[in-house]
Write a protein that binds this ligand. Structure first.
Ligand SMILES: Nc1ncnc2c1ncn2[C@@H]1O[C@H](COP(=O)(O)OP(=O)(O)OP(=O)(O)O)[C@@H](O)[C@H]1O
Ligand SMILES: [Mg+2]
Length: 374
């Protein structure tokens, strides 16, 4: 799939923008703080209904009350027009999503419509930082291929919050103890599905990322991913998740009351990312960690196309400058079938992609001041 047209109004530092994009390579070049990431943010926003940086109300241009982003996406069999408007009235923020001019009920109805993989320098945090980043990575990527996962996460988070509130109330009033049962049941029901989705996803990702990582490291490194669950220790446990979850909640109940939160469940799980059987988070060099993150993101592209038959749109925010020219070249080769939208502060890397058809836009203070085709 690809984004054919992008229109913005009062979006971040763009008063108006109306462009037609190239099917293959699009480059947004400009100095710092001119609005390059804002463009990628608007495109990502169209696929998820949410910014990857802040609250939606922060997207509205300063001194304006409302804003919209609109994109025409060309998919295999049909086009999809997505328009999202945001308005704010004092502190109340209102986001409305329209697919082909029809307003949708829930933001989750947007999941699975537009496939997109977003590469940023912060991807390194998937490898380097805490488990939350790795959970976010798989959950977010799962939305592309399994949109119902979004609903599950929301239901699970709501149940968890209510269960934690109850734990705190039980601490004050132990007679409430028996009411925990209903939250346990719901937590197990949603949590089990989340774990299964993640494990199946990771098995698929494992296969593809091992292959891609070998290509990126010239056969030097073997990448392996493991799902680390506080409930499932081996394969057989998979068939008994509900029973194990229930027993674990019961055995940690007294402790959880003391702490006031739920210490068991997929909200605490992690992924171990090994290179040649050592933990990349602990022992990987900066370059190895960066390559791991890149392998995971690239695998995502292949997985999306295997699972959905659609080629995802690729967003590359300031990623080129971190790679040497042979890596830049190899990276662009990975994207030969995708639409790629790149931001950069200079176009030195263009030599690596000379033969491709491309559009280059120069950005200055929220305006496109130059537009080259080739
Ligand atoms: N809601 C808003 N309204 C108007 N301007 C905004 C809003 N939010 C952010 N900006 C401005 O948008 C500008 C550009 O931001 P953006 O992140 O796109 O820059 P960039 O070109 O990617 O820069 P860099 O190369 O440093 O990453 C910033 O100067 C910021 O102050
Ligand atoms: Mg930027």
């Amino acid at each position: 799939m690809y984004l054919k047209k992008l229109k913005l109004m009062n979006f971040r530092n763009y008063d108006t923008l109306d462009i037609e994009l190239d099917q293959h390579i699009n480059i947004f070049v400009g100095d710092n703080a001119q609005g390059k990431t804002n463009i990628l943010e608007s495109i990502y926003f169209l696929s998820r209904g949410k910014s990857f940086r802040n609250n939606n109300s922060d997207l509205i241009g300063w001194s304006h009350e409302n804003s919209f982003a609109e994109g025409v996406f060309i998919k295999k069999n049909y086009d999809e027009n997505i328009k999202i408007s945001i308005s704010k009235d004092d502190t109340i923020e209102n986001t409305a999503v329209f697919i082909n001019a029809k307003k949708i009920k829930a933001r989750s109805d947007l999941y699975g419509k537009i496939m997109m993989v977003n590469f940023t320098p912060e991807d390194l945090s998937i490898i380097k930082d805490g488990p939350e980043n790795r959970r976010k990575f798989i959950d977010n990527e799962l939305l592309n291929i399994k949109p119902v996962h979004g609903r599950l996460l929301k239901d699970y988070a709501r149940t968890l919050k209510q269960r934690n509130e109850l734990l705190k109330n039980i601490w004050k009033d132990p007679s409430l103890k028996s009411t925990i049962e209903i939250w346990n049941e719901q937590l197990i029901s949603y949590g089990k599905k989340i774990i299964v989705n993640r494990i199946i996803f990771l098995q698929k990702l494992n296969k593809i990322s091992r292959k891609i990582h070998k290509i990126l490291t010239d056969d030097q490194e073997e990448l392996k991913l493991y799902y680390i669950s506080n409930l499932i220790k081996n394969h057989e446990d998979m068939d008994n998740i509900e029973k194990i979850f229930k027993e674990s909640l019961e055995s940690s109940f007294d402790n959880d009351i003391k702490k006031g939160y739920t210490s068991i469940g997929p909200h605490l799980d992690d992924i171990k990312i090994n290179i040649n059987d050592f933990d990349s988070k602990v022992f990987g060099s900066q370059g190895q960690q960066r390559t791991c993150a890149l392998s995971l993101k690239l695998s995502q592209l292949e997985l999306i196309s295997e699972e959905t038959g659609e080629v995802a749109i690729v967003l590359l925010d300031d990623v080129m400058s971190e790679l040497d020219s042979s890596r830049q070249k190899r990276l662009i080769e990975f994207f030969r079938n995708s639409q790629v939208i790149i931001t950069c502060t200079d176009t030195n890397f263009l030599n690596s992609i000379q033969t491709e058809s491309k559009k280059i836009y120069t950005i200055y203070q929220g305006k496109i001041i130059n537009n080259e085709n080739n």
